[in-house]
Design a protein around this ligand. Structure first.
Ligand code: 5GP
Length: 176
């Protein structure tokens, strides 16, 4: 698939970032390359149109989910909602703490951002241990939304994030 090839050529690997032993996959070159960014959104759009045409909203994760989520939502003609790190969103929020590949954090969503029974696609740049996407799905379940699937550009297979995310499904464009 030439679009996947183009994406793969635009992911750089940095050893020992942000900590020793971590192989950081940098997706910034995808953003810098118009054909690569178009390819990424094309592939996500195709996935959602074929598998989840009933989707109501795209929910993107702080911060790199914000780079792709609104582009996908606009393609699909639906809205985008951010899940943010704690303390950034005004109004009533629901929040949950979670473990990262490195460190610990808390995620938050505005309580009125998603209505009960709305059908959601969640998007982030990368799946590592799955802690971040799990936390986001938990927030959405608390708002009684239905998570159709999680989308990521990159899945780090060895960390078994997809297992942790179950029963939620994940679709990744590139696997390492
Ligand atoms: P997880 O919660 O699945 O362990 O980690 C995924 C989260 O950490 C994502 O929000 C992602 O942006 C960030 N992350 C962890 N490792 C990497 C990496 O190698 N590259 C990038 N781009 N993000 C990473």
């Amino acid at each position: 698939e030439p679009k996947l090839q183009l994406l793969r050529e635009n992911v750089r690997t940095f050893p020992d970032f942000p900590k020793p032993g971590i192989q950081f996959r940098d997706i910034c070159p995808i953003l810098k390359s118009p054909p690569a960014l178009t390819a990424a959104i094309d592939l996500f759009e195709e996935r959602v149109r074929t598998m989840h045409p009933q989707v109501d909203l795209i929910v993107g994760l702080d911060a790199r989910g914000f780079l792709f989520g609104p582009l996908l939502a606009q393609r699909l003609g639906i809205g985008f909602v951010p899940v943010r790190k704690k303390g950034k969103l005004p109004g009533t929020t629901v929040s949950t703490a979670y473990d990262l590949e490195y460190g610990r954090a808390e995620l938050e969503i505005q309580e009125d951002a998603v209505a009960p029974a709305q059908k959601i696609i969640v998007i982030d740049d990368l799946l590592a241990t799955g802690g971040t996407l799990c936390a986001a799905c938990e927030l959405l379940l608390r708002l009684q939304a239905q998570v159709l699937e999680c989308l990521v550009l990159v899945e780090l297979k060895d960390l078994r994030g997809a297992e942790r995310l179950k029963p939620h499904a994940v679709f990744s464009l590139l696997q390492y």
